[in-house]
Design a protein around this ligand. Structure first.
Ligand code: IVH
Length: 666
């Protein structure tokens, strides 16, 4: 029986761990230890619901389902900022300020591209989190805001003279990496992807089920306290310091300047550097530092006179659309892609942009040969913004969706209610090719050495027709294939042999059942444990699993009804592919890597990348993708590049594979 006191102690440990990790960027315990503490807390609170309070860190995982969000009045309306688009606008702003106050000092902060969130704390716990709305009324999304790990549920280090209520404002946002991951997951699950991190953050905060919000990796930077002056704070920089003491994340890129010329120089520097940040910014915010001066400057009807937003020039570039190519995906969808004249955008070269479907092309009136403006949505995904019809010379061609599949020549249909055109032939070599590429991909059967080019070659030479045939390959059959030496053939066969033991979750994902992404495949495997019992499951049983909806359940049932799929499963089974959960997956985890953050880089010879990352995670460590001062060590294979260099610069231990084995496994 746990005591109330031990619960309080546990909560304090979790709060401290979150603070160390999210605010100080200096974790003191491993992710696995943190998870274990949270699980313990949830278990105690389940047993003693009377002990649960609104500030408990258990709120971080969500669980509250809102019917709808209540409309709430803001304490003090939320103003917007005037915009500056160039140096001239900034000079004019400085001139206006100097007409009213002497020697202003400017603070420049990043303008985070997310959503303004207004937080209200009372004595001293988070009581309300609201969206901006129209600036006067917003929506109460408190339970969702509680899941943002760097929003303190209680303020730290309180001064006894703190007002009964404090209002903090800042920006909720989704880091680029979380955005990328979320979209991969959605694509795999057949859901529409988000256009950019801001939309993804907005969509995540408006979820009625806060458990979903909790999984989206949202973060928060605070920049304003409404009662700053009552607290005796005299400048914006003092406010930022106070926010840090209360336990908020404050963006570290804050600079103070005495003159506008230096501000303009900094704006130019940040315009170039913005792509290197792990989150999107759409400009900088320039504020007069002194509150006394801010008061003298006052407000216009809409905006403060003491601040201005410098908006980056949108990174849009012009290029030509040379062609529109059609690819046939593994579900038969014909996807048009723009082939562009190479051009640099937001830090990388772009040569292609997704055009999604016919409606999309028609709504933008995109024609082959057009001059187009392109940008990167969310700094990541190349997109055609618009065409330039005034640049047409009559040689441009309207795009027509082919009436027959470019891969197999069979019919193409558009089902009612769908934007996509599909090839109707399930045996279409284009579809088969994509299916097999998916089957061997990293999160599925993870067959090293079976890249898209190899699969195409094997299909072309008639050595395989479906994924099951891969396991019938032999050294003899592979001999004589172009660019396939004896050694590569042996490696490929070895990798195929290894892949037989991946287990049910990877296999299910690899089979490409419509709507079944990585996460759903894991959930199905955990619940049904073997292919045979999954095959016998009915719609009701399938839908009982969290994350499995009606459409996915129907697709699973349909998959097993199809005779071609049943033949494929038989072929895989007789080749010795494991059709149940992998015993290793379930084996007791160990603690070899507890508390460590390890970066793997370069080409390894002993392990596949996914494999070593799994080993690290099973050992209680974190397999991280970038080197920082928090990295414990780096495992470097052949041809390691910038990560190795960074580790060396930071003085972080670097191990070769042999050294790694020696250190951790002997
Ligand atoms: S200050 C009185 N500082 O940009 C106005 N705003 O119109 C106080 N934003 O949607 C705003 N980063 O949420 C300020 N460091 C920052 C900001 C910031 C992003 C957003 C803000 C609002 C818009 C300003």
């Amino acid at each position: 029986m746990k005591s109330y006191e031990s619960l309080q102690h546990l909560k304090e440990r979790i709060v401290q761990a979150e603070y160390q990790y999210y605010i100080l960027d200096d974790p003191q315990i491993s992710d696995a230890e943190y998870d274990a503490l949270l699980v313990e807390l949830l278990a105690i609170e389940k047993e003693h619901p009377e002990w649960v309070d609104a500030d408990s860190p258990s709120k971080r995982v969500g669980g509250f389902v809102a019917e709808q969000f209540a409309k709430v009045a803001h304490y003090g309306s939320m103003l917007s900022l005037d915009n500056a688009f160039n140096a001239e606008d900034l000079w004019a702003f400085d001139k206006r300020v100097r007409e009213m106050v002497a020697d202003p000092e400017y603070v420049v902060e990043l303008k985070i591209d997310g959503l303004t969130l207004a937080l209200t704390y009372e004595g001293p716990a988070l009581r309300r989190g609201a969206t901006r709305g129209d600036g006067v009324y917003g929506e109460d999304i408190t339970e969702n805001v509680r899941t943002i790990r760097d929003v303190p549920l209680k303020l730290r280090d309180l001064d006894p003279s703190i007002p009964a209520r404090v209002d903090v404002r800042g920006e909720g946002y989704m880091p680029k990496e979380s955005f990328r991951r979320l979209n991969v997951e959605r694509e795999e699950g057949g859901q529409a992807v988000f256009a950019n991190p801001r939309n993804a953050a907005a969509g995540s905060l408006r979820q009625q089920d806060s458990r979903i919000t909790a999984q989206r990796g949202l973060r928060y930077f605070a920049y304003q306290i409404l009662q700053a002056q009552d607290l005796g704070l005299a400048t914006q920089t003092e406010t930022l310091e106070q926010l840090k003491r209360w336990g908020f994340s404050v963006n570290p890129c804050v600079k103070v300047f005495a003159g506008i010329e230096d501000v303009i120089g900094y704006c130019a520097d940040m315009t170039d550097q913005r792509h290197t940040l792990p989150y999107d910014i759409d400009g900088l915010v320039l504020k007069v530092n002194s509150y006394a001066q801010q008061q003298e400057l006052g407000f216009t009807s809409k905006c403060p006179r003491w601040a201005i937003a410098y908006k980056f020039p949108a990174e849009q570039v012009e290029t030509s659309l040379l062609d529109i190519e059609i690819t046939v995906g593994r579900t038969g969808v014909l996807t048009p892609t723009a082939v562009l004249k190479d051009v640099a955008v937001a830090g990388t070269m772009v040569a292609r942009a997704a055009l999604h479907n016919l409606d999309y092309i028609q709504s933008k009136d995109i024609r082959i040969g057009d001059h187009v403006i392109i940008h990167k949505a969310g700094d990541i995904i190349p997109e055609v913004v618009k065409t330039l019809p005034e640049r047409r010379d009559g040689s441009e061609k309207e795009f027509v969706m082919p009436a027959v599949c470019p891969c197999c020549g069979d019919g193409v249909v558009r089902l009612s209610g769908e934007a996509a055109h599909r090839c109707v032939n399930p045996q279409c070599p284009g579809q088969q090719r994509e299916m097999i590429i998916h089957f061997v991909s990293r999160n599925a059967m993870n067959v090293d050495g079976a890249g898209a080019a190899t699969i195409s070659l094997l299909l072309q030479e008639g050595l395989i027709r479906d994924a099951g045939d891969l396991y019938g390959l032999t050294e003899d059959k592979l001999a004589g294939l172009e660019r396939m030496g004896k050694r590569s053939a042996q490696n490929l066969l070895g990798a195929l042999e290894d892949s037989k033991r991946r287990g049910l979750a990877c296999l299910l994902f690899g089979l490409g059942i419509r709507n079944v992404g990585n996460k759903a495949a894991k959930a199905l495997a955990t619940r049904f444990r073997s292919m045979d019992s999954l095959r016998q499951a009915d719609l009701e049983e399938l839908q009982a699993i969290p994350d499995v909806g009606l459409v996915m359940a129907q697709n699973v049932v349909k998959f097993f009804q199809d005779s071609a799929n049943r033949d494929l499963l038989e072929k895989l089974r007789s080749a010795g592919v494991l059709m149940s959960v992998n015993a290793e997956d379930e084996s007791e985890s160990n603690d070899v890597f507890v508390g460590m953050s390890i970066v793997v880089t370069g080409t390894l010879s002993k392990w596949a990348r996914a494999e070593i990352e799994q080993i690290i995670e099973r050992g209680g460590g974190k397999a991280s993708s970038s080197v920082s001062r928090k990295t414990t060590c780096v495992l470097a294979g052949e041809n390691a590049g910038s990560k190795l260099l960074k580790a060396q610069t930071l003085g972080i231990p670097v191990y070769s594979e042999e050294e790694f084995v020696e250190k951790f496994f002997s």
